[in-house]
Design a binder for this molecule. Structure first.
Ligand SMILES: NC(=O)c1ccc[n+]([C@@H]2O[C@H](COP(=O)([O-])OP(=O)(O)OC[C@H]3O[C@@H](n4cnc5c(N)ncnc54)[C@H](OP(=O)(O)O)[C@@H]3O)[C@@H](O)[C@H]2O)c1
Length: 178
């Protein structure tokens, strides 16, 4: 899966543009082992969280707002935020070693809701997706799906028809509980 894409799209289902906010990190650069939340050194904690949030949350606002003027010109625009089931409060039991990553994706889901609400009277659809556990750099290729298989849900939400959902959170099996 590549970083951030905004491409013209012309299919039988939809004519418009989409943006997939796919870039994400699960650990700080150079980090090998995941550390439980309570064991992050005090002097490093804020910096570690800020590094993860910078890519997974703050940059999404920067990039989305940069592309919004272009997306607004399209007859249909789709924004897909690539989240994770680890963001869910109800589906997954918290794993403290992934606190920065999972909470950043929870914040990303909140951004999805806010953008969807703000754009509700427009042709935009804004949704979060989880690609599933894919073999990529993110998890040292331990995932059980291929990156291409993981991309299917993002493509589905990027090519939603006009009566498709907005402000939701989905994987291949349908809506994920927040
Ligand atoms: N793999 C999984 O099992 C899994 C599960 C749930 C959710 N996800 C989500 O899926 C998305 C894609 O992850 P992946 O599994 O494909 O991981 P990946 O192979 O590590 O890819 C991450 C991508 O994000 C880009 N990126 C990271 N930091 C960036 C930054 N500061 N600026 C611009 N681009 C940056 C990377 O670009 P470079 O290659 O140039 O560094 C790379 O293209 C992420 O949002 C991840 O959280 C993955």
């Amino acid at each position: 899966m590549s970083g951030i894409q905004s491409k013209s799209l012309k299919t039988s289902r939809c004519t418009g543009v989409f943006q997939v906010n796919n870039a994400g990190i699960a650990r700080i650069p150079g980090q090998v082992d995941m550390v439980p939340l309570s064991e992050i050194p005090v002097e490093d904690a804020a910096k570690q969280f800020a590094t993860i949030y910078e890519t997974n949350v703050f940059a999404v606002v920067t990039v989305t707002n940069a592309f919004l003027p272009l997306l607004r010109k399209a007859p249909a625009a789709r924004i897909v935020n690539v989240s994770s089931t680890l963001a869910s409060f109800t589906k997954i039991k918290p794993v403290s070693a992934y606190a920065a990553y999972s909470s950043s994706k929870t914040a990303l889901n909140a951004l999805t809701s806010h953008y969807a609400a703000e754009l509700k009277d427009t042709p935009f659809k804004v949704n979060s997706v989880c690609p599933g556990f894919c073999a990529t750099d993110l998890n040292n290729y331990r995932g059980t799906k291929s990156a291409s298989e993981g991309a299917v849900i993002a493509v589905t939400m990027a090519t939603l028809p006009a009566d498709g959902p907005t402000g939701g959170y989905f994987d291949d099996n349908g809506p994920i509980s927040w």
